[in-house]
Write a protein that binds this ligand. Structure first.
Ligand SMILES: NC(=O)c1ccc[n+]([C@@H]2O[C@H](COP(=O)([O-])OP(=O)(O)OC[C@H]3O[C@@H](n4cnc5c(N)ncnc54)[C@H](O)[C@@H]3O)[C@@H](O)[C@H]2O)c1
Length: 448
């Protein structure tokens, strides 16, 4: 590998990544606001009705070689990603609504837009879900699989995947379903054998999301987790992922408030500014908000949102700046806002000689508009990982932490939350799998 500013495309061509030939089947768990906004958006882009704004795979470029080389192809022209025209969607939900009806219910996209896409969206009808209200208190589904135990349910999901596989060339599964209650790993999560016994015994610590994940990985299919649930973040799933060359990544799409946090916090730290308090509050009125109104689902989300600052600030290395940071997160269900969430952050910082200052961030965002391109990118990159010999059997795809609030990382390795480090890691991973030099941004050679 050369320095970041050296080399580049000159060594290209040694990539062993298999091409993205044929159809990519995407199985989405949970056809709610995020999923339907993503699917409708993909169809709108395919028809030339919209641009894929927010999607790195569709719009992003990647620099190769020296700055003076002026070589920055589009990412999708550099790595072999599935073409949007080759993407085929299906999914599971606890309600029978087709994607048009579910999107209308979610009320993220305008009726005129949905009506243009209606004939296509209506064709996507959910398969019956694996669901147990114990894990999502605020929902009560009717379109649900029945089975004699959790193993039986997993087998039914595996059968769904196999049936779909017959119609496409490759499959990826992504969790876009509701946030489950907070679950900590137990003995059942420690090995594949323990987990399989747990499926037989209906172990309470095995939530529905874990059943889907187990089924996908058992079929050798990559699984991305867009919610903060445990799902694939425990040893048994990592083992299964490696064994079956089925990449995993999670957890929780990094969209609004946390995306801003992981941009601002690294800036304060880079400048050695102290932070004494960070109060983050949200109001939202979609179904996700309703689910998060339950304290047990909120706890799962809270844990996911809390992690980033501690990891970025490293208070053990900078006790004078961050040891006493008070970090508080609130999420309030407020129906009038629907999907148009509002987030406020009050940040109490301090500078030279300890003098205090304040920063206020008021983000009036649209949750699913931010999340949809992330879900799409994760799908396309997970499919790429499955075709890349150096990625497919490593289990956790940490290079995708760019998209995730609470990124999974190898045991004993702290997760990287800084958005810019994550972005560099992602692009260097793409350069690496394509056999070109990495970029370190050293750049001394320009001054020789
Ligand atoms: N929108 C964002 O910005 C954002 C950001 C990060 C994470 N997320 C997470 O993404 C997930 C989806 O968010 P959303 O706004 O689309 O929520 P939503 O409530 O609109 O959609 C979730 C869907 O999942 C379905 N569902 C629930 N349990 C299921 C199961 N076991 N099997 C199949 N379907 C099931 C529900 O019926 C619903 O249709 C949530 O967990 C949310 O926390 C969203």
């Amino acid at each position: 590998m050369g320095t970041e500013e050296q080399g580049g495309q000159k060594t290209a061509g040694v990539s062993k990544v298999a091409p993205a030939t044929g159809k990519l089947g995407v199985m989405v768990v949970g056809l709610g606001a995020v999923a339907t906004t993503m699917i409708a958006g993909v169809e709108a882009v395919r028809r030339g009705l919209a641009k894929p704004i927010g999607s790195l795979t569709q719009m992003g470029t990647i620099r190769l070689g020296k700055r003076t080389d002026n070589t920055s192809p589009k990412i999708k022209d550099f790595v072999p990603l599935a073409d949007l025209n080759d993407v085929v969607f299906t999914g599971w939900d606890i309600f029978e609504d087709n994607v048009y009806e579910a999107a209308a219910h979610a009320a993220v996209l305008k009726k005129e837009t949905l009506d243009q896409l209606k004939p296509y969206l209506e064709t996507i009808k959910p398969l019956p879900a694996v669901f147990d209200q114990y894990y999502v208190k605020r929902l009560n589904g009717t379109h649900v699989k029945k089975g004699k135990n959790k193993r039986d349910l997993a087998d039914q999901v595996r059968a769904d995947i196999r049936t779909f596989k017959k119609t496409v060339d490759r499959v990826v599964v992504i969790w876009c379903a509701s946030t489950e209650i907070f679950i900590e790993p137990t003995a059942v999560h420690q090995s594949i054998e323990a987990f399989e016994k747990g499926l037989e015994n209906n172990d309470i610590a095995i939530a529905s999301s874990q059943i889907y994940a187990y089924a996908a990985l058992s079929e050798g299919v990559p699984f991305a987790n867009g919610a903060p649930n445990l799902t694939v973040d425990f040893p048994a799933m990592v083992e299964l992922s490696k064994r079956n060359a089925a990449p995993i990544c999670g957890k929780d799409f990094k969209t609004g408030q946390t995306m801003m946090k992981t941009v601002l916090a690294p800036a304060f730290k880079a400048r050695m500014l102290g932070v004494s308090g960070w109060f983050s509050t949200n109001i939202l009125g979609n179904r996700d908000g309703e689910v998060l109104d339950d304290p047990q689902s909120f706890k799962t989300k809270e844990e996911s949102k809390l992690g980033s600052l501690d990891y970025i600030f490293q208070p053990e290395l900078y006790p004078d700046l961050y040891k006493d940071l008070y970090h508080k997160i609130r999420i309030n269900y407020y129906p009038p806002r629907g999907d148009e969430k509002e987030a406020w952050d009050n940040i109490d910082i301090f500078g030279w000689m300890g003098y205090p200052m304040q920063i206020k961030v008021n983000f009036l965002c649209r949750d699913s508009i931010l999340a949809a391109p992330i879900a799409l990118d994760l799908i396309l990159f997970m499919d790429l990982a499955k075709r890349a010999p150096s990625l497919r059997s490593i289990g956790i795809q940490e290079w995708l932490s760019f998209y995730l609030k609470s990124p999974q990382s190898a045991p004993g390795l702290y997760p990287e939350h800084d958005l810019f480090i994550q972005s560099m890691k992602l692009k260097n991973t793409l350069r690496h799998i394509m056999g070109v030099d990495l970029i370190t941004h050293l750049g001394l050679e320009y001054y020789d």
